[in-house]
Design a protein around this ligand. Sequence first.
Ligand SMILES: Cc1cc2nc3c(=O)[nH]c(=O)nc-3n(C[C@H](O)[C@H](O)[C@H](O)COP(=O)(O)OP(=O)(O)OC[C@H]3O[C@@H](n4cnc5c(N)ncnc54)[C@H](O)[C@@H]3O)c2cc1C
Ligand code: SF4
Length: 333
Amino acid sequence: MKPLEFVKPGSIQEASQLARSNGASARLIAGGTDLLDEIKEGVVRPEKLISLAGLPAMQGLDVGPSGLELGAGVTLAELASQPDIVGDYAALAQAAESVATPQIRNVATLGGNLCQRPRCWYYRSIGFPCRKKGGTTCFAALGENKYHAILGGSDCVIVHPSDIAVALISLNASLTLTSADTTRTVPVQDFFEGPDVDITSENILVPGEIVTSVSVPAPPASPLSAKSGSVYLKAKERRGMDFATSSVAVALSVSGDVISSARVTLGGVAPVPWRAAAAESVLVGRNVAEIDLQELGEAAVHRARPLQHNAYKIRLTAGLVGRAVETLLSDWR
Ligand SMILES: Cc1cc2nc3c(=O)[nH]c(=O)nc-3n(C[C@H](O)[C@H](O)[C@H](O)COP(=O)(O)OP(=O)(O)OC[C@H]3O[C@@H](n4cnc5c(N)ncnc54)[C@H](O)[C@@H]3O)c2cc1C
Ligand code: SF4
């Protein structure tokens, strides 16, 4: 058995410095629910694990008039059950509740969920040295691609596995990324990058950089007779624990009877959580009574290019988007 050193730094800056100076031989670990699987599967072989667990700067869940402030170390179970999140940021609570099992949600962290690696079965098997692992072939492109991308895939057709990311993008959230000497804030949408940018990674983190917190703005302040809300719907193959075959988070505001703002994000269909801008255009400015759910669904997937085994995702996703909008509007009728 290969020895593995476990280090508990006392601060984010120390954790960052350790990660940077040890390079690929070290990995950050939070709840460990994804990383330990990767190690067991032999996909990564670190010599050192740098623990983020318990660092005070990564804890905390505050709800205020301007929104939510979440430490990246908050667990998914906390996100799913906190009453203010369930009430005012429903898509986030529903996305958290949809992840895995209670045992995993009790340990898995917000930061770890956003930074988890892809579930592509070729990537997860050491028998397949695919492009993401530095090889020259995407085995999924012409192989078993039932769960892969219908949108935005190029040389790698993974789907991004995080449910939480999809909800956060529709809620217009941003992330704080901290390293030993810098801090920057980015919209969650800009955190993820596809294989056309760097096929070996899924986000913009540079060596030593750590996701330390997430900010979610409060739902738009409502003038008289305005309403806003959000919802997360997830389709999966099994009723129990499963990743999304397709998912959607919709956040809407309605003034009078007219939709004043809409954010629609898709999960399980692209290498990054996918903002469905064309679907948003169908919604904004429309009277709620005039929304054509078929037109909406078609707009959401109009750029889809399925692989051999995943064309089913097109209708599934179109239907899910329509159902999400219908669910929100029917709550307000
Ligand atoms: C059986 C099973 C079913 C699952 N089903 C779902 C599902 O339906 N939906 C879903 O969204 N997820 C699902 N997951 C994935 C699960 O949500 C993630 O494993 C979990 O959220 C990762 O959090 P963690 O704290 O355990 O991260 P870790 O395993 O500790 O870390 C994951 C990765 O992120 C990096 N990392 C961790 N924290 C940070 C940080 N703050 N800054 C920078 N890098 C960081 C680590 O280096 C590592 O590469 C499932 C997992 C399992 C095992
Ligand atoms: S989809 Fe990406 S991770 Fe999967 S086999 Fe192709 S290159 Fe590898």
